[in-house]
Design a protein around this ligand. Structure first.
Ligand SMILES: *Cc1c(COP(=O)(O)O)cnc(C)c1O
Length: 427
């Protein structure tokens, strides 16, 4: 099968498949699980979550949903449909899928610096503002939505600057296009802004978040990342009451009544607490320190990755490590399989294998990147684990030329990488 999603968790030693829902909840959050009240309508934990969401993001309307893709499902079909386009600095896989399920087409518009993994610039997650405006001029009123993904997951967990957000917001206002933040890593992005954007060096993480969200009209969020819960999502609408009415109607159809949105009361409670825990600067500093440690070991070994290292993981440049494997034989997937065989480490492909086929022609798309992602769960692993990861990669580098590419033997139409079967190409 050669699909890492089919592995049993207990057969994995270090699980870097994702940082989604894999964080360790704090004692305070677990206490919240005990305190959460289970009410179908109007429970205390629901109102606590609304207050937290309004306080941190400054939005009038907050809707819990069961995870990020649920927020996308609830919102996107209200904004785009057949014949329309959505443009993003880079769509995450489920976000792209929900644009396509709504009948629209998703266009990526990341700055070109992001495409060179060895180029160290501070905000590689940014939108290419000039290209964005060109695309809007080209497609006119067919552009129904702009999505800013913070941090830019598919580009390697790379941050978006406040200045870029201001520029994109100005363009969206000029052309009357709604701007949505894909907000899974709202706190990590703010940490980068504080570190790398002079203007914000004395700001709090919370103030940076509030300003950034102020430039958008709405957000969808997977709370399984920076809000450090095992399950949960949020949808926010700044002030469009009419849109929020329609969001509520969709939520009731897809997720459950508005005051629980597919979650238990205890989930709402731990999420309300986790939204704040994610803002703790000392925690963010320690977390980024882990990424930098692993990155420094790979620097010493001459293994290239999307640099500087991203906020939630290390994205190894599989194209550089396995230059003999072409994109249609999935080098990043090949490296993920090798890492598992070498040391029981689970990672995943963020490249052509994940990108899939052109929805119109059915042809394999060529991804800008071939990354093998080592996503780092929050508050879980120690430095000793990262040493094992570094040693495994170094061992693989030694025998890189013997590693085969892969072909797909079965695939579903949408989000194929979760379920497809592969086999090695023996030459
Ligand atoms: C995880 C993620 C999503 C989807 O969220 P789920 O909770 O997995 O459904 C959407 N966008 C980004 C950027 C993500 O990282």
């Amino acid at each position: 099968m050669y699909n890492v999603f089919n592995l049993k968790g207990e057969d994995v030693y270090i699980d870097l498949l994702t940082d989604s829902g894999t964080g360790a909840m704090s004692d305070v959050q677990w206490a919240g699980v005990m305190r959460g009240d289970e009410a179908y309508a109007g429970g205390r934990s629901y109102f606590k979550l609304l207050e937290a969401g309004k306080d941190i993001f400054g939005y009038e309307f907050i809707q819990p949903v069961h995870q990020g893709r649920a927020a996308e499902k609830v919102l996107f079909n209200l904004l785009v449909g057949p014949g329309k386009y959505a443009i993003s600095n880079m769509f995450f896989d489920t976000t792209r899928a929900h644009v396509e399920i709504a009948g629209a087409r998703a266009i990526d518009c990341v700055v070109k610096e992001a495409l060179d993994p060895t180029l160290r610039v501070p905000f590689k997650g940014n939108m290419d503002v000039e290209k964005l405006e060109e695309l809007i001029k080209e497609h006119g009123d067919k552009v129904g939505l702009v999505v800013m993904t913070i941090t830019n997951n598919s580009a390697g967990g790379q941050p978006v600057s406040m200045q870029n957000m201001r520029d994109v917001s100005a363009i969206c206002t000029k052309y009357g296009i709604p701007l949505c933040i894909d907000a899974a890593r709202y706190a990590e992005n703010a940490y980068f802004v504080k570190q790398r954007e002079e203007e914000f060096k004395n700001s709090t993480i919370k103030d940076i978040i509030k300003e950034m969200f102020g430039y958008a009209d709405m957000f969808t969020m997977s709370a399984k990342k920076d809000a450090i819960v095992n399950m949960g999502g949020l949808l926010g609408v700044k002030n469009d009451k009419e849109l929020f009415q329609r969001v509520k109607a969709n939520t009731i159809s897809f997720e459950g009544f508005t005051t629980y949105g597919g979650l238990s009361g205890r989930d709402l409670e731990s999420l309300a607490l986790g939204l704040y825990e994610g803002l703790d600067e000392a925690y963010l500093q320690y977390r980024y320190g882990q990424m930098e440690y692993l990155a420094s070991r790979l620097d010493d070994a001459g293994i290239t990755y999307q640099a500087p290292v991203g906020g939630h993981g290390l994205f190894i440049d599989a194209k550089a490590l396995l230059p003999h494997i072409p994109y249609y034989e999935f080098p990043a997937q090949a490296l993920a399989i090798e890492l598992y065989k070498e040391a029981g480490i689970r990672s995943c492909d963020i490249g052509s294998y994940m990108l899939g086929n052109d929805p119109d022609t059915g042809e394999q798309l060529k991804s800008e990147f071939e990354f093998t992602r080592l996503a780092i769960p929050r508050r879980v692993y120690t430095q000793a684990h990262f040493d094992v990861v570094a040693e495994a990669l170094i061992a693989i580098k030694e025998r890189a030329d013997k590693i085969p590419g892969y072909r797909i033997t079965w695939e579903p139409a949408i989000l194929r990488h979760f379920q497809a079967s592969l086999e090695p190409i023996v030459k």
